[in-house]
Design a protein around this ligand. Sequence first.
Ligand code: HEM
Length: 144
Amino acid sequence: MTLKTDLLETSFALICDRETDFTNYFYSNLFKDYPEVKPLFSDAQMDEQAKKLFDSLVLVVNNLTKPDTLTSALKGLGAKHVQYGVLPEHYPKVGGNLLKTMAVVLEDQWTDEYAVAWTEAYSAITEIMLDGCNYPPEVLNLET
Ligand code: HEM
């Protein structure tokens, strides 16, 4: 799939102006909407975690035109997530939360076009991260 590079870059530039709002809302809303994922973060230092998450989004957006770099970084990140206890079924939750956070933080600057671009991008990111994981087929059912 060809990602909508221009839309991803333009919207992310707006989000970079509001990094703290973004990460604060991202984690508080994740734990509100999906309390079941909170225990996964029990050992995490949340300030650092927020910075790492944001930096990984920067990496994604900066490497949209370099699929090899992007793929190897995301496969490695996916493999680490297995060790954190993350399951495939958690990815759509985090993706929904990501889109919601972007919409809330950008308010009237958020558009339907941005939403489509990020939905496609997150789905591609998930596919690559899970590709780095070797989960058995029975846990790879993302419909649930
Ligand atoms: C686009 C998808 C995702 C991205 C870009 C992302 C990004 C990151 C990054 C950069 C780290 C830090 C890795 C390190 O320390 O080297 C991390 C850690 C972590 N992520 Fe994600 N993540 C994603 C999806 C998820 C999902 C779906 C979950 C499940 C709820 C999750 C839960 C965690 C947990 C539990 C940690 C470890 C926290 C700790 O104990 O330090 N992530 N993630």
